[in-house]
Design a protein around this ligand. Structure first.
Ligand SMILES: [Zn+2]
Length: 210
């Protein structure tokens, strides 16, 4: 069950088509996995329509109905299922027909750039991380948003599994430990390059994994 969700700002940006292509992709993928955020997104779209149709203010009836919907019961969460053949949400699968071609960037870490328009030095990417590995400590040059698609990981923010969204800013040292069992595939939208804290530390981790 998804525990880590999108923010109101991210949902609103997607609902009003003001999000970047990368953020939009991540939001669209999360919405396929999270009934809670789908519900919030539907409300945001309704509010957007109401505002667009009434330049001097949202229609009273539609706004009242929308606000009433905020208190409506949420649909039951979809139980997680093991689905190794269909791990990519539809918005991602549409971008990646055929075999996924991973490029090894570290031992145990594969990377795949996505054909999505982007600003900044890095495109939206998929990462595939070896089960049980510890990711080298690193900072980010800018904000980063991740969506877990398979497996899971733990960092200072908690435990993240399929469907969970993890947000990091450039002030935080990021430490991640990948769950044992199955590879962890993560969609990452970042606007800065990763900066390993120390390469010596990275080497030490490879020799003496924690
Ligand atoms: Zn959610």
């Amino acid at each position: 069950m998804t525990k880590h969700h999108l923010t109101e700002e991210q949902i609103l940006a997607h609902a009003t088509h003001s999000a970047s292509a990368g953020l939009s992709l991540l939001v669209a993928c999360h919405l396929t996995l999270c009934p809670d955020c789908r519900h919030r997104h539907e409300l945001a779209v309704q509010v957007g329509f109401a505002l667009a149709e009434e330049p001097r203010g949202p229609g009273a009836d539609l706004l009242a109905a929308t606000l009433a919907g905020l208190d409506a019961p949420l649909p039951s969460p979809t139980p997680r299922r093991h689905d190794p053949e269909g791990v990519l949400p539809a918005p991602l699968a549409a971008l990646l027909p055929g075999t996924l071609r991973w490029r090894t960037v570290f031992p145990g870490v594969g990377e795949l750039s996505l054909p999505v328009p982007f600003e900044g030095p890095l495109p939206p990417r998929l990462f595939r991380l070896r089960p049980g590995m510890r990711v080298p400590d690193h900072h980010h040059e800018g904000a980063e948003l991740s969506l877990v698609l398979t497996g899971g990981f733990t960092d200072d923010g908690g435990h993240f599994v399929r469907g969970d969204v993890c947000a990091r800013d450039d002030q935080q040292l990021h430490r991640q430990r990948i769950d044992p069992g199955e590879p962890c595939i993560v969609l990452v939208v970042a606007d800065g390059a990763l900066i390993p804290r120390t390469w010596l530390g990275w080497l030490a981790q490879q020799i003496h994994p924690m």
